[in-house]
Design a protein around this ligand. Structure first.
Ligand code: ZN
Length: 202
């Protein structure tokens, strides 16, 4: 959201529109999933937890957001990779989301640019035993919360709170859902402003 607003402030209307559009008001996200050096039960846990996490957000947002599985990672909006260990620098973290631009070309010309999220999720405790379903689901829901526009917060009983892997939270809190609904409507306004500028230029 901050990024879409930044682009808008800088007069980068196409970027603001693309970012607000994909990130904040997209209705249907293509999701790909890959396991990197996982045990077989971890592969299963990550697939099931991903499905449950997507359903939890869809429900919390009254079905306005949906997710569907895409086999080809290059065609996905959200690319999940599950790994035994995820680090931010040297620090062990539960998950990480990074954004990149995806350019659609027709051979040589760029047709459009959209945003794509690469999401890494941890599959093991620090002692290398496999994480069970519940904490993995919270990790995924937490990263999806970032994708949808939410920031971290400091309450332990929130999806966007600090992850306590031993006391996982299963669903977004009503306040988290309502914050997102408000964010999505302001994103819609950003996109409208950006689009109106785009139309004046072209
Ligand atoms: Zn976070």
């Amino acid at each position: 959201m901050a990024q879409a607003q930044n682009f808008l402030d800088q007069g980068l209307w196409d970027l603001a529109s693309a970012h607000a559009g994909l990130v904040l008001i997209a209705h249907d996200f293509g999701v790909s999933i890959r396991g990197d050096r996982l045990r077989r039960e971890e592969e299963e846990t990550s697939r099931e937890a991903l499905q449950a996490a997507c359903e939890a957000w869809s429900q919390a947002l009254d079905g306005h957001v949906r997710f569907h599985v895409v086999d080809e990672p290059n065609l996905a909006d959200l690319r999940f990779v599950f790994r035994p260990d995820v680090r931010l620098g040297r620090e062990a973290v539960a998950g990480l989301t990074s954004w990149s631009r995806k350019l659609h070309t027709d051979g040589t010309r760029v047709q459009s640019a959209v945003y794509r999220a690469d999401i890494s999720v941890r599959s093991r405790w620090l002692d290398r035993t496999s994480l069970p379903f519940d904490p993995v689901r919270q990790e995924i829901e937490h990263e999806l919360g970032h994708v949808l526009g939410l920031d971290d917060n400091f309450q332990v009983d929130r999806i966007m709170g600090k992850l306590d892997l031993r006391q996982p939270v299963s669903n977004p809190a009503p306040e988290e859902a309502s914050t997102l609904k408000e964010l999505r409507s302001s994103a819609e306004k950003i996109r409208q402003i950006a689009e109106s500028h785009l139309h004046q230029i072209h």
